[in-house]
Design a binder for this molecule. Sequence first.
Ligand code: SF4
Length: 346
Amino acid sequence: MAGREILLEVRHLKKYFPVRKGIFLRAVGQVKAVDDVDLYIREGETLGLVGESGCGKTTTGRAILRLIEPTAGQVLFRSKKRSGSGESGREIDIAAVPPEGLKALRRNLQIIFQDPYSSLDPRMTVEEIVGEPLQVHGIAKGSEREDRIQKLLAAVGLNPEQMKRYPHQFSGGQRQRIGIARALALEPELIVADEPISALDVSIQAQVVNLLQDLQEQFGLTYLFIAHDLSVIKYISDRVAVMYLGKIVEVAATEAMFSDPKHPYTEALVSAVPVPDPDYQGQQILLEGDVPSPLNPPPGCHFHARCRYAQEVCRAEVPLLRDLGEEHFVSCHFADTLSLQPIRIE
Ligand code: SF4
């Protein structure tokens, strides 16, 4: 993947939510949900974005797509497709596109939501749900649209003859397939998959993950795959970005992330991933204390209160995200000197 061109580059992305109090709802603070995030995704790769609940990963995905307005930063999208948004290959800063330009951009950028129960309108048939993006963008009409919908349903493993049915007539896994078909309808280049399997039964999670991989190959898709489950991230991702309290703390190729973690938070996260080997000697590292509030994050390294390697400098100075070579980025003052526990990946 390293030789491929960068499709999406996020620079200094911030999303702060004001905290209001009193009868005049005066702003008394800010929740820094996304705080100076830098990352990039290459064409055709899957970047896994992982972290504990509330770390800002979903907000990052939505700010990238402009489903919520970023507070600051750039989201540079280098489309290879010719579309209504402009010439192919032209760099577009999604964060700066005026509202009237967003519709054209949506053809290339789609999302798969976490909850297949609430993300599908129960009053619409599957045909209407999957066909809606085609209708909004005026792409196909009549029998041509019907044909495309049938092909999309077949591509996600659903029976096209069921397109007149309503979402409640399908299982959770089938509903998520409908959501995936809708996301594919406009032939996007990038899909943000926001915890796409966490609301599904364990028995069908693997089916949906395998489907996403097959579709990636078939349609040349690029994924930002958001999840809190590192086992899934390990399975599907080419590279992994770890987020803690609104910041990216480590980014690396998947194998390097698991076999040679460089950030103490990543070390603790990967130590909790089950390894199917009875002889494996690794110990789970239990993090002490709660995740600090993003309303009042600790000074210096946000992780210092829970870090077993913390030193004085960690309480005072914010570590920068540094490239240690081979696209392994870490924000820890001692990333070069710490010897952290790896796990083996199959
Ligand atoms: Fe731990 Fe210090 Fe590194 Fe933060 S900078 S992860 S506190 S060692």
